[in-house]
Design a protein around this ligand. Structure first.
Ligand SMILES: Nc1ncnc2c1ncn2[C@@H]1O[C@H](COP(=O)(O)OS(=O)(=O)O)[C@@H](OP(=O)(O)O)[C@H]1O
Length: 276
């Protein structure tokens, strides 16, 4: 792109051309930081090329879906990575959202697997315990990359917030990941209470598990309820160092980490039950 730093943002091409030079990205982020989420979303719909929303139908993503429905009648399609290990309540919520908002939901599962049995025949049972990094790669990282390549995605809206802490503490509104994908985080400045308020104020569909003490919901095997006063993400991988599923980490590093398992699996189709 040939836009010099001194140009006003209104001179940027629509859609933006990739790659975005780092000084222009900085300028965009300085601009977006002063906007409300609805305004960030409006800007994104105007400027971001081949825009989709990737969502696990967490509260933040649901807020974005609802806000977008009030901005445009042509919302970015949704991408849902079906790990095969979501709670039934999550699968029900996907159907509810489809019915209420109507945009297409592109579902991507682990490669070559339609069911848990398919996955466990290939990789063994409880892979998340025996080889966590490969599990993350197989159920989230690889399917996401496949989704982006298959659909021609260049930009995605995510439901991450800085108040979720960990790697997200210094989250910016717009990021470029290791593959060049643009990631927009429209609610990066909101906290859990604000998101909860929006969901109840506008009667947005939500995961029924939230009524049972869950706050952040991932796979059933790595999600537990949280106690009053505990951090919103305390129920994800409880008792472990881990705080991310790998989806927002460096794609190439995640792939390299999973390589050993993938190679071993290709040379021997027998189920893997423990990490050598
Ligand atoms: N399964 C799946 N499919 C599609 N997109 C997904 C998935 N898991 C995570 N995400 C994206 O990451 C956002 C944050 O999710 P989480 O806080 O649950 O954390 S984590 O990514 O699982 O570590 C999440 O925000 P929400 O839209 O609020 O769910 C999504 O943008």
């Amino acid at each position: 792109m040939t836009v010099p730093l001194s140009s006003s943002l209104s001179n940027l091409p629509k859609p933006l051309q990739l790659p975005i030079p780092s000084d222009v990205l900085e300028l965009i982020n300085a601009h977006l930081t002063n906007l409300q989420p609805e305004e960030i979303l409006k800007w994104a719909i105007e400027y971001l090329p081949d825009l989709y929303q990737t969502t696990a139908f967490g509260l933040t993503g649901l807020v974005a879906i609802d806000m977008i429905s009030k901005i445009t009648s042509n919302p970015p399609p949704l991408i849902f990575l079906d790990t095969l290990y979501h709670f039934q309540e999550t699968y029900k919520l996907v159907e509810e959202v489809k019915e209420r908002y109507g945009q297409p939901v592109h579902v991507f599962k682990p490669e070559g697997c339609e069911t848990v049995k398919d996955f466990e025949d290939k990789y063994g049972e409880r892979l998340w315990e025996t080889d966590e990094a490969s599990y993350d790669y197989l159920v989230k990282v690889e399917p996401a990359q496949r989704a982006y390549e298959t659909l021609g995605v260049k930009s995605v809206i995510t439901g991450r917030r800085a108040s979720q802490g960990g790697d997200r503490a210094s989250l910016k509104p717009l990021e470029v990941d290791s593959t060049g994908l643009l990631k927009l985080n429209p609610l990066f400045q909101w906290n859990f209470a604000m998101v909860e308020w929006y969901i109840s104020e506008y009667n947005v569909p939500r995961n029924k598990l939230l009524d049972q003490g869950y706050r952040s919901v991932g796979d059933w095997h790595s999600t537990v309820k949280v106690q009053e006063g505990q951090d919103e993400r305390a129920g994800r991988w409880a008792g472990k160092e881990k705080s991310e599923c790998g989806l927002h980490k460096d794609y190439f590093a995640m792939k390299a980490q999973a390589k050993k398992l993938l190679e071993r699996n290709q040379s021997s189709p027998a189920p893997i039950t423990s990490e050598a």
